[in-house]
Structures are given as C-alpha cells and as structure tokens.
Design a protein around this ligand. Structure first.
Ligand code: FNR
Length: 185
C-alpha cells in the first residue's frame, strides 16, 4: 500500500501549508495513506553540534519516516520569493551525514506543493526547491502542479481547507503523485 510522508514547511500553528497536508490525508486515493509531519523540535543546523552529538532526535525520526515511505510531499510556504529558512534548514539536516543521502533522497519520489495568501501560490518557492532536489539526486514528479493562491479565502478559522475546487485539485495531484510512486524507478 503506497504511503506518502507530507512535510509542512511552516512552524505556524494555523499554517495554510499544514492545513493543505491535513486535508490531503482525507483525499488520498483508495488504498494509499499520507502522514503529516512538522518541523517542530528541529534546531538550527550547526556543524559543531552535529560533530559533537550527531543528529538531533527530531531529525533522525523524520529521516526514518521518509526512508520508510514510498514518496515525500513538501508543502512549502514562500518567504521573500524563496524557500523559508526553517524548511531549508530541516532538509539540510536531513542531508546529513552525506553517506546517508541515498537512503533519504537519491532516486526517491518527491513532489512540491504550496499555499500562500498572495496571488502566485508559492510558485517561486516551489521553483527554489528544484536545485535542492537535483543536488540531492531525488526523483521529482513533474506531472502536476499545485499552487494555491488566495489561501485566506480557502480555509476556515480552524485551518481546515474548505474550498471544494481546491480540494479537488489536491485530490487530483495526490492521485498522480501516488501512481508515480507506485510505478517505481
Ligand atoms: C511572506 N509571505 C509571502 N507570500 C508569498 O506568496 N510570497 C512571498 O514572497 C512572501 N514573503 C513573505 C516573507 C515573510 C518573511 C513572511 C513572514 C511571509 C506570506 C506568506 O505566504 C504567509 O505568511 C503564509 O501564511 C505562510 O505560510 P503558512 O505559514 O500559512 O504555511
């Protein structure tokens, strides 16, 4: 049964990107599952601390979840037309040590989506992930795109994605990415 790990790239309690992944849990194709992961407890990367103590427990746990999944869905906010630092920081941690990159990234299915209250739906942040995924040797899915703009109108006060048209676009994206992960390398 295909399993996708979704990572929300925001620490905000009512993050739109977290809300998109929470909705995705219910919109997966039959027989497939998605678990939602956050960046809580991931410290700032510091090579001295890595050398002294290895990976922080939250990083090791997220890496293990990714290693066991069939695919990874990054839900990225956009800050100043780029990737938010907290999200890049987490992926930087996950790329350590370098001899473990193969287990987490290399030739493994990744997809990127994002939500923003602005008009462009994180398109520049999503593009910003491309060189990172290339560097890590991931296998990105380009068969669909999901840029959720005007997010302020699409969620209720509890961060639930209520807009039916957006839920449908998300459902279609998840179906495409899930079948890509099932297709193998
Ligand atoms: C933003 N925001 C933003 N939005 C966007 O579409 N393009 C951008 O370049 C930026 N830049 C930006 C910079 C900084 C420092 C902040 C704090 C915010 C707005 C951003 O999309 C909004 O805060 C979202 O709500 C962030 O995503 P989450 O936390 O809701 O998932």
């Amino acid at each position: 049964m295909p399993h996708i790990v979704g990572i929300a790239g925001s620490l905000r309690r009512h993050s739109f990107n977290l809300g998109v992944l929470n909705a995705a849990r219910d919109l997966m194709p039959a027989g497939a599952t998605l678990s939602v992961h956050t960046l809580t407890d991931i410290p700032l990367y510091n090579a001295d601390e890595e050398e002294a103590g290895g990976l922080p427990p939250a990083v090791a746990a997220l890496k293990d979840a990714v290693a066991q999944a069939d695919g990874v869905l990054l839900a990225t906010p956009e800050y100043n037309n780029g990737i938010p630092g907290v999200f890049k920081n987490a992926i930087d941690w996950m790329s350590r040590p370098t001899d473990d990159i193969g287990r987490i990234f290399r030739n493994r299915p990744f997809a990127v989506i994002g939500a923003s209250p602005g008009g462009f739906g994180t398109i520049l942040a999503q593009d910003g992930w491309l060189p990172v995924l290339r560097m890590l040797g991931a296998r990105p899915w380009f068969g669909g795109r999901l840029m959720i703009s005007g997010a302020g109108q699409l969620f209720d006060g509890n961060g639930r994605l209520t807009d039916e048209a957006t839920r449908e676009r998300l459902r279609e994206f998840l179906a495409g990415f899930t079948s890509f992960t099932a297709a193998g390398a």
